[in-house]
Write a protein of this length. Structure first.
Length: 309
């Protein structure tokens, strides 16, 4: 069970004119166009979910992470290159660098300078792409170096339509739905892609800082749990085979006012290596021996055994 924690960019408990107007117009305060997250062809406005059994709300729309004019990308550029360099759309970056006579960061990604795709796996299947490329350009417009950025939120199961329908009613009542988070799918898909993309990028001479992975704090926590804990991922300096985790969470409620979106803050910054990530992913935590035999015997006897997700 869960309910929508944010609806069209504002907390579900926000009854301000701004929040109501955003829902009526199906707006998205985190991008220039309206909400692009669809359910049966209709903008859902679903930014995040709150499950009663889980303390933290979970962001389920990547656009939610692009608040404050894609501040997360500026955070990456500030750490990978030089703090404060301007971010410029990829198609305009060369001309901007030459006109200003200074270094700039070219941004390539969906809805900006064009999505940059990585090579396919051998055999022509399993094509992967990165969400963003941030390329540091010299004052003459030539490429100095670049980093890749991957952004991931949580996948959902079930249906949050009852919560959405209730939020459109007067008074914005909070109604529970069957929606949940598919943590296992998130972890398996994320880690596999990070390893593969990290291996590709370490072969790139101009990718000197590796891959940056941006995600909500609850997603990071689950990935770390799947990998056996952060302490197993040795910290390294920026290098071509590095993967840097950047996890964001909501600031405390008292730090915002109705009619405004909840700010996000960078809670985790951790750099490890592709090799260490792959090693930890391969160390699967196995159950006790004979679980299949126990299950079969229980089924034959008509008994039941407990299970955990």
């Amino acid at each position: 069970m869960s309910h929508l924690f944010e609806f069209f960019g504002y907390p579900a408990t926000d009854h301000s004119p701004e929040a109501i107007r955003s829902a009526e117009t199906k707006d998205c305060p985190f991008q220039k166009v309206g909400c692009t997250k669809k359910l049966e062809g209709t903008p859902t406005g679903a930014c995040s979910l709150k499950q009663p059994s889980f303390a933290q709300p979970v962001i389920i729309c990547p656009i939610r992470l692009y608040a404050e004019n894609h501040k997360v990308l500026q955070d990456v550029a500030d750490r990978a290159f030089v703090p404060g360099l301007p971010l410029v759309l990829g198609g305009e970056a060369v001309a901007t660098a030459r006109a200003k006579g200074e270094k700039v960061v070219a941004v390539f990604g969906k809805g900006s300078g064009g999505e940059m795709r990585l090579p396919q796996r051998s055999g022509g299947t399993g094509s992967y792409w990165v969400d963003w490329i941030l390329a540091l350009l010299n004052p003459d417009g030539s490429l100095d170096e670049f980093v890749a950025v991957e952004v991931q939120t949580a996948d959902t199961t079930g249906n949050y339509l009852p919560s959405r329908q209730a939020m459109m009613l007067p008074g914005r009542p909070i109604v529970q739905s069957t929606a949940g988070v598919n943590w296992e799918n998130v972890c398996k898909r994320i880690i596999t892609q990070l390893v593969y993309k990290g291996q590709l990028l370490q072969r790139e001479e101009s990718c000197k800082k590796g891959l940056f992975f941006i995600c909500p704090a609850p997603v990071y926590d689950r990935v770390m749990k799947r990998l056996g804990g952060r302490e197993g991922l040795t910290s390294v300096h920026f290098q071509s085979h590095a993967i840097t985790f950047m996890a964001y969470d909501y600031v405390p409620p008292e730090q915002r006012q109705d009619g405004t979106a909840i700010p996000l803050s960078l809670e985790v910054l951790h750099t490890t290596s592709v090799a260490k990530l792959q090693e930890r992913f391969g160390n699967v935590e196995l159950p006790e021996p004979n679980v299949y035999r126990t299950a079969i015997q229980a089924a034959l006897s008509g008994a039941t055994i407990s299970s955990q997700q």
